[in-house]
Design a protein around this ligand. Structure first.
Ligand SMILES: Cc1ncc(COP(=O)(O)O)c(C=O)c1O
Length: 383
């Protein structure tokens, strides 16, 4: 089976390097928030641009929760967020007892910028664009709306390190951003980890202390100024990320090459027109530089597509992609502080149809070819 994720292919060749980091951490007893964390923060800052301050935390979820907290979002405030996202984007909002206001998605499966302004009320404090699957949101328009309505922008860039909009890295546009280092992300470590990005120097100083229970530096004079949380990044995990960072560009290039091969096949099929824009976005000079954290397409009959791709002799794994949007979980509605969520037609349409197929950088040439043949056969068969 050609699988959507094959982490062992990426990690196994790096084992000697991982052991080096482990060895150094053990021999110097450097386990939490030490030199490797500092190095990672600096490197990601360099990747995002000098105006961004990067703080190692223990997950992308924590980076979102700390952003909401530091943005001063409190009970009753409204935060605009797509419903087509991972649960962590929305849970960060409801944990602050704030109210998620769901935005519909556009054809690119990210929030539809044209739907934003009508949803803004006097209670709206922030907007959370989610660069889902590594696809960058239209940040220029979002930042303009945020300026016009005085909104805080919290980018959920958890799956999108390395993606860019108009040449600028996602995660560097907003007031805050969250990046995940979860093993399945393009820059994944061997456990949990995350990066909180802040564009304000004083807030960054505050948060880098806050993530460590508010411990003032130097620790010897334990004169606390605030309470904090334990959201420290492990030195060993940061060391693993430091091994992977120099490889990130190549991995993303490989993902984009695989995506290009699929799209060149797909545009020639009966359903080809829906892929024109995506193919266009892979051309040099496009506004959207997508890291293809996942390769997602929309199919009319998901079960049929999954069965067809799984057929012998070369079965290909297909996973559903966000099959149930966050506004569509009846058991969660009580947390939303609303009686009935508004209709989100495109979110609902795509939730019934979207699938992801393997696109990772360790697919062999033959595997990509097999996937292309199967895509071509499936969509031709539908003629
Ligand atoms: C869109 C999105 N937001 C937030 C997260 C949470 O990141 P983490 O798993 O590191 O807490 C993820 C991770 O899957 C994600 O995809």
């Amino acid at each position: 089976m050609i699988r959507v994720n094959a982490l062992e292919r990426q990690n196994a060749p790096l084992l000697p390097e991982f052991f080096r980091v482990l060895n150094e951490s053990v021999s110097t007893s450097s386990f939490i928030l030490r030199d490797e964390v500092k190095k990672l923060e600096e490197r990601v800052r360099y990747l995002l641009g000098e105006d961004s301050h990067v703080i190692g935390v223990n997950s992308g979820t924590d980076a979102l929760m700390l952003s909401i907290f530091a943005a001063g979002i409190r009970a009753g405030d409204e935060v605009l967020v797509p419903s087509r996202t991972y649960i962590a984007s929305v849970s960060a909002i409801v944990h602050a007892r704030a109210k998620p206001v769901f935005i519909d998605v556009g054809e690119d499966l990210n929030l539809d910028v044209d739907c934003v302004v009508p949803l803004i009320t006097s209670e709206t404090k922030a907007i959370m664009p989610v660069h889902l699957s590594g696809h960058p949101c239209e940040m220029q328009k979002i930042m303009q709306i945020a300026r016009d309505f005085n909104l805080v922008v919290i980018e959920d860039a958890a799956p999108a390190i390395g993606s860019k909009f108009r040449g600028q890295s996602v995660g560097s546009f907003g007031d805050f951003a969250a990046i995940s280092l979860h093993p399945l992300k393009v820059l994944g470590v061997l456990g949990d980890g995350g990066l909180l990005v802040v564009n304000n120097h004083e807030l960054a100083n505050y948060l880098s202390v806050y993530r460590d229970h508010g411990h003032p530096q130097p620790k010897a004079f334990e004169n606390f100024n605030s309470f904090g949380v334990n959201s420290r990044l492990d030195n060993i995990q940061a060391g693993f990320a430091n091994i992977k960072i120099p490889l990130l560009d190549n991995w993303i290039n490989q993902r984009r090459k695989n995506a290009l091969r699929y799209l060149e096949v797909l545009v020639k099929t009966r359903v080809g027109r829906q892929f024109d824009k995506q193919l266009e976005s892979l051309r040099p000079g496009s506004d959207f530089y997508d890291s293809y954290s996942s390769f997602v397409i929309s199919v009319e009959n998901r079960g049929d597509f999954i069965d067809s791709m799984a057929s012998d002799p070369f079965p290909v794994e297909v996973l559903t992609s966000f099959p149930r949007p966050l506004h569509n979980h009846p058991n969660l509605l009580k947390f939303y502080n609303i009686s009935l969520p508004q209709k989100l037609p495109r979110t609902e349409y795509f939730s019934e149809r979207t699938v992801q197929i393997p696109v990772h950088a360790d697919l062999t040439d033959r595997e990509v070819e097999i996937i292309c043949e199967k895509l071509s056969k499936y969509f031709r068969r539908k003629n």
